[in-house]
Design a protein. Sequence first.
Length: 357
Amino acid sequence: DHTYTIDKIQSKPENLMPITFWNRYVDDCLMIGEGKDDDTKALFEYINCINPHIQFTYEYSRHQINFLDLTIHMDPKSMTIQTELFIKPSSLGIFLNYNSAHPKNTVLNSAQSEIIRAIENGSNDKYKEQGVNKIKNILRKNGYPDNVINKLHKKAEAKTLNSINRCQSKDKLHLCLPYVNEQHKRKIFKILRQSNLIDNTKVTFRPDRKLKDILTRSALHPTKCNSKSPRTCYMCDKYCMTKNIVYKLTCTLCQNTYIGETGRFKRTRCWEHYKSVRDNTEATAMGQHYIKHHNNHQIPDSTSELKPFKFEVMKKCTDYTDRQIWQSYFIKKLSPRINTQLSNETDLWQKHTWALI
């Protein structure tokens, strides 16, 4: 295949060493061929003359070769391939430090994952042990006590023996919460158990803001609304280009309220509510409310000072889970009439989220 050839190449040498296996990961290639040292050199001299801008450096051996995080051994007696964990000599050996300000389960799980990698990369007991010892030495340099390392080793061995059972259900819900301390974390899991949610919820904790996040800003000024017409930006204000918000709608006719959330721009969601009311559709909660309770009322144009509802940003959030929690909080606190009218299951879905708060 000369797809990347840019010049005429020399004819393929006769008796070129045959390649019996070739595999590639990004720019690292693994090849198995049968021949002498001179045959290997001749092969790569030919490969490197195909395109002068694509040059291969190579290592070869009859006994072992390093590829990615594996050392691949050729057993001369049984003529079988064996593998073990390979760590580059240039590696700094930096893992998550045992005393770092992260949730303790995050610190321990990261170390346990490295031990599992060493076990899975070893093809027999000898190479498994050698790989695990390499990881243990690095963990000691990162402040892990020997008794902790030994416990992690036992857990890692148990997990590799039950790899099928380690697969978590795809139906689990993901809840990401800020990490405060270990006491706070235990309280969260206690509430999950009391609410019978522990088996269906995967909880992760994110670390607090770092000094870099506090002292630097990616945006010196808030993003301005890029709409040139009020017809496409209903109730334009400083929050137009704000995402991840929990908001409150107040009907101007009956003063009933609705609590909603969106991960998109505020102006996009606000316009959708207005368009649903104007076009008399059930696309949004406010549209359904006007059809049910104010069906004969004439809706003014978007440029009119008289608005069918008021849009108020209640909380700026970080992600979907954060929005769900704060939406449930405001529904519990304000008891919005429109939310209750639209769903008979409001109390059912909000009570579990309220318990987490």
